[in-house]
Design a protein around this ligand. Structure first.
Ligand code: C6P
Length: 432
């Protein structure tokens, strides 16, 4: 298996300079200042300064998000859409205001197209269990890719098992890029939906999603995009993409855990049966018949994660203030610098060398098990993830059991990447 490393076309020394303290400062982002927004980054682990490079698993939270949660519980904790009292009115207004923020964030046509979920996983399950159960029948096909997270495989597999339909898989090349000619071939009259990740969590590949959606639509195939690893790193416009569904998790976007967003085109949402039954999703209930509310409420049964939604709103504001363009440029610099630094380490092999990548560096180091790499790095204060990253088919494709994975956020610095490289070299020494 051949892998070729292609560095992003960027002049590293011109656009970024290390300051005296080793922090990166560039024309658009003052990372040293930004880091002060994240209280957790100040700490030491195992007596060493924390170098947090596990951002694809979850990002750290800025103080404004933490304070938003604190304020909600201290000052206006209340159930929403139900009470006539002031606290409930305040909580309802704050909750619904975030729907508008999420609409703006994704540039959805209407706030009714925004459904709050527990996260990406629940968003995909919701679509598979509602749209999928209604529209996918025996003999039909559901198309996914070889680089999907388990969350975008298993719900479709469950649906296919139930319906007697077939799950088809678009293969990837040695760099971790989709094989477009296979994608074209696999979009057949039997295909009902293509469920595809925008950015791979295990490889970092950024898929040409606009082109793919166009292709699928030209064959009459609906498209669900898993945006879990995309929205924290690049601007997304669902109207421009013309995707049918788009899902993401708040916790990877500097927001709280347990909250996410499902975007769906209104006509599709309106025609879908509900996901769960319960309070707040009905217009009337009798033992004979229940009538449901219109979207989005039809899909938000029970008391939702009110604090999570409100916290997500603050995270969206925070990211908006920093600017996804600035975030992307900072992270691309880290990716290029990290790729160069890690490639210099003897025996280290980067898994995922696509032309277009987000800030993810998955790697193996000779015969050393990635779990050992992760443990030794942790002792040096460097937090990464090791394992299959809930993407076992990716590991199978590259014939490896696991990788070690460093993933970047805009608050990371080149000096942290130096610390990562130093810690990896230590792993090699330990195993000599
Ligand atoms: N990936 C990682 O370390 P939830 O758990 O629902 O917030 O997100 C699931 C999910 C779906 N799709 C992609 C592309 C993802 O990366 C993830 C979460 C984390 O890579 C945890 S496994």
């Amino acid at each position: 298996m051949k892998t070729k490393i292609k560095l992003p076309q960027k002049n590293l020394t011109q656009s970024h300079k290390d300051t005296k303290k080793g922090q990166v400062k560039n024309s658009s982002l003052n990372v040293e200042k930004i880091r002060k927004d994240f209280p957790i980054l100040k700490q030491k682990v195992h007596g060493k300064p924390l170098v947090y490079l596990d951002n694809a698993a979850t990002t750290q939270k800025p103080l404004v998000v933490i304070e938003t949660l604190d304020k909600y519980y201290r000052e206006y904790n209340s159930n929403i859409h139900r009470g006539l009292h002031l606290l409930s009115e305040k909580a309802t207004a704050a909750y619904e205001a975030v729907r508008l923020k999420a609409q703006k964030f994704l540039n959805a046509a209407d706030s009714k197209e925004i459904i709050f979920t527990r996260g990406t996983t629940e968003g995909i399950n919701l679509v598979a269990q509602t749209w999928g159960r209604k529209n996918v029948a025996a003999g039909d096909e559901v198309l996914v890719t070889n680089m999907e997270h388990h969350s975008n495989i298993v719900p479709w597999q469950m649906l296919c098992e139930e319906k007697g339909s077939t799950l088809k898989v678009v293969p990837i090349n040695d760099a971790g890029e989709l094989l477009m000619e296979y994608l074209k071939k696999l979009l057949t009259p039997k295909t009902k939906i293509l469920a595809i990740t925008h950015v791979s969590n295990a490889l970092g590949t950024v898929n040409p999603i606009a082109e793919i959606i166009k292709l699928a639509h030209s064959k009459g195939v609906k498209v669900l995009v898993d945006g879990a690893q995309a929205v924290p790193h690049l601007p997304v416009d669902v109207q421009e993409l013309d995707c049918d569904f788009y899902v993401f998790s708040g916790h990877k976007l500097y927001g709280p855990t347990g909250i996410g967003v499902l975007y769906g085109k209104y006509a599709l949402l309106d025609a879908m049966p509900p996901y769960q039954g319960g309070g707040d999703m009905i217009s009337s209930v009798t033992f004979e018949k229940t009538f449901y509310k219109k979207p989005p409420y039809k899909f938000e049964a029970g008391t939702p994660h009110i604090a999570g939604v409100i916290g997500l709103g603050t995270a969206l504001d925070y990211v908006g203030k920093i600017g996804l363009g600035n975030i992307a440029s900072q992270e691309q610099d880290l990716l290029a610098y990290g790729t160069k630094k890690l490639s210099e380490i003897p025996g280290l092999k980067i898994i995922g060398t696509a032309q277009h990548k987000a800030g993810v560096l998955s790697f193996t180091l000779g015969e050393i098990h990635p779990h050992d790499i992760g443990t030794i790095l942790d002792r040096q204060g460097v937090a990464i993830r090791a394992g299959h990253h809930c993407a076992q088919p990716v590991m199978e494709r590259f014939q490896i059991p696991a990788t070690a994975r460093a993933s970047f956020a805009f608050y990371n610095t080149r000096s942290e990447i130096d610390a990562l490289a130093k810690a990896i070299r230590k792993v090699t020494e330990v195993f000599k």
